[in-house]
Design a binder for this molecule. Sequence first.
Ligand SMILES: Cc1cc2nc3c(=O)[nH]c(=O)nc-3n(C[C@H](O)[C@H](O)[C@H](O)COP(=O)(O)OP(=O)(O)OC[C@H]3O[C@@H](n4cnc5c(N)ncnc54)[C@H](O)[C@@H]3O)c2cc1C
Length: 391
Amino acid sequence: MDFSLSDEQERYREAIREVCAKFPDSYWRAIDAEKRYPEEFVLALSDGGWLSVLIPTEYGGAGLGIVEACIVLEEINASGGNGAACHAQMYTMGALLRHGTESQKRRYLPEIAAGRLRLQSMAVTEPEAGSDTSRIATFAHKEGDGYVVNGQKVFTSRLQHSDLLLLLARTRRAEVARKTDGMSLFLIDLRQAGPAIEVRPIETMVNHETNALCITDLHLPADALVGDEGAGFRQVLDGLNAERILIASESIGDARWFVERSVKYARERVVFGQPIGANQGVQFPIARAFMHARAAALLRWQAAALFDAGKSCGAEANMAKLLASEAAWEAAEMAMTTYGGSGMAVETGIERKFREARLYLVAPVTNNLVTAYVAEHVLGLPRSYGTGGSA
Ligand SMILES: Cc1cc2nc3c(=O)[nH]c(=O)nc-3n(C[C@H](O)[C@H](O)[C@H](O)COP(=O)(O)OP(=O)(O)OC[C@H]3O[C@@H](n4cnc5c(N)ncnc54)[C@H](O)[C@@H]3O)c2cc1C
C-alpha cells in the first residue's frame, strides 16, 4: 500500500499540466476581472478528452476511473486554474450512465464524450430548499405522455454554458411514505426550453456562473425522465460520493497551489535582512498546511480506490471532502499571511484563489451537514437534522 500513481496515471498528470500551462496566471486573472466563463480552457479540456474520462469506452469516453478524474481536477487547481468551470460534467453524467435508458445513453453520452454536447448543469437547490432537499417544491405534473414543470431553482451553475440540464423536481406532493420519496430526475435539452426557463444570473464573490431559474409551464417529453419516477432523490444520492471525491481533489489542488506559491515567496521575500521563511512564525503555518493537505489527499485516495472497486465509500468520500476543503482554506489563510499586503494585490492571484477555495466549505454540501452525516452514519449518534417540521 504505497499510494503511488502508476506510470500511466503519472502520464495523465503530466498531460493535464501541459494543457494547464497554456492558461497561465494572467489568463485566470483576466477571466476573473471580466467575470467571464473560461471557454477556451474548457474547450482545450474537451478537445483532449479530459472531461469524458469517466464515460465508458462503448459510449466514446476513456472508460477510466474516479482516480483518473481526481488527477485531472487536482492538477487543474494545483496549476492555478479553477475546475469549477467544468467539473459537474464528470459527475452529473453519472446519473445518466447509472439510471438512463439505453436509448438516452446512446443519444447523449457519445456527443458529450466528443465535446459536442455539454451536460454541465444540475438544478437541485431552491430558495426554500438548500441543505434540506426534501423540501423542494418545483413540480412536474403528468400531461399526456409527458410532463409540465413549474417552480424555482437557485444557484444553478453553468446553465448558460450547458446544452443539457439535470433537474430534480417533485412528481408527487402528498401520499409519500418518506419526505424524500416522490421526486424525479429529468434531463432537459436547454436548446429547446425557450422562454419557459427564465434565467437570472446570481453575482457571487467568485467568478462562477450561477443562476436563479423561474420555470413556467416547461413541457417535457416522457423520455426526459431519467430512471424511475419517484426515485429521483435516491438517484441523486447515488452520485454524491463521486461528487465529494472530485470536489476534495479540487481543494487538494488549491492547497498545493497555496503551499507552492508560499514556499517560493517565503524564500525570496527578504525582511529584516533575511528571507521571511527563516522565521518559524512564517514557515510553520506553511509546513502545517502542507501536512494537512497531504493527510486529506490520503483519505481522498482511499475513497477513490473504494469507489473504483465498487465498494461502499460514503464515509471516506464525505470525510475527504470536509478535510480537503478545510485544508485548502487553512492554506488560503496561510498564503494571505505569508504574502503580507501583497496577498491582497490582485496580480499575485492569492486573493482570487482565496475566494475560490472558500466555496467548498459550503458547496456542494456544507461541512456541517457532512459532520452530521459522519456523526449519524459512521458513529451511530442520534440523527441531528431533519427532525423538525413536516414535508
Ligand atoms: C457558487 C455556488 C454554486 C452552486 N451551484 C449549485 C448547483 O449547480 N446546483 C445546485 O443545485 N446547487 C448549487 N449550489 C447550492 C449549494 O449546494 C447550497 O448552497 C448548499 O447545499 C447549502 O444550502 P443553502 O445555501 O441553502 O444553506 P442552508 O441549507 O440554508 O444552510 C445555511 C447554514 O446553516 C447550516 N445548517 C443548516 N442545517 C443545519 C443543521 N441541521 N445542523 C448544522 N448546521 C446546519 C448550514 O451548514 C449552513 O452553514 C451552489 C452554491 C453556491 C454558493
